[in-house]
Design a protein around this ligand. Structure first.
Ligand SMILES: O=C(O)CCC(=O)C(=O)O
Ligand SMILES: [Mn+2]
Length: 201
């Protein structure tokens, strides 16, 4: 059974101070192709402004926020009101919840249109995510590098290539001690969707 296969044998990507588990082919090719196509077409993608050091810039990617109606979310100066769960998002959420062993309330979706779209170093440590956030990250489309870097040291690096249909789970103390990014690349890449499922308190 798939569930048993995924439960036990995966190693922690981090050497200390947190837990990150990576499941490269969590969704099969047919499921992943289906989700990529439908999510590209059916999600209300927007390019949002972001405030960095007092300046307002546009984010280098498209985003959308879905989830339980009562769970609002603010980050980097913007407050997002969630759109209602779609059947695809619920199906994905239910499948990752079998491994994550939590109930996610919300999902932030990112659409990287090509290799120039990116996400800079950050931690997912907003107060509403709780003390030790559990973040379930699902990727469809062209593979991108995902880097983790020790927050204090900046030199201890771990990385994974987030392939089509992969699942990455961050939990425990990770968001205290490690930051993560999806760097730009000059490779001629097509779309990649990432969905981070979260628990908003
Ligand atoms: O695209 C990714 O893999 C990472 C997304 C992310 O870190 C976030 O949405 O906070
Ligand atoms: Mn993040």
């Amino acid at each position: 059974m798939q569930q048993e296969l995924f439960n036990s044998t995966t190693e922690n990507l981090l050497p200390f101070d947190g837990e990150v588990y990576f499941y490269p082919a969590f969704f099969n090719k047919a499921e992943s192709d289906h989700y990529l196509k439908n999510i590209l077409a059916n999600i209300q993608w927007k390019q949002e402004p972001i405030k960095i050091f007092g300046k307002t810039l546009m984010q280098p990617r498209l985003t959308a926020w879905y989830g339980d109606a009562t769970k609002k979310y603010s980050y980097s100066g913007i407050t997002m009101q969630p759109l209602p769960w779609t059947p695809d998002l619920i199906a994905i959420k239910q499948k990752i919840e079998t491994i994550a062993a939590v109930n996610f309330t919300s999902a932030l979706l990112n659409l990287y249109r090509n290799g120039q779209d990116s996400m800079g170093w950050h931690r997912d440590n907003e107060p509403e995510l709780g003390i030790n956030p559990v973040i379930g990250s699902v990727s469809f489309g062209d593979a991108r590098m995902f880097k983790l870097r020790n927050y204090a040291d900046k030199k201890i690096i771990r990385q994974a290539i987030l392939t089509h249909g992969s699942f990455l789970l961050m939990k425990g103390a990770t968001q205290h001690y490690w930051e993560h990014q999806v760097p730009k690349t000059n490779a001629a890449l097509k779309e990649r969707i990432n969905i981070t499922f979260r628990i908003i308190n």
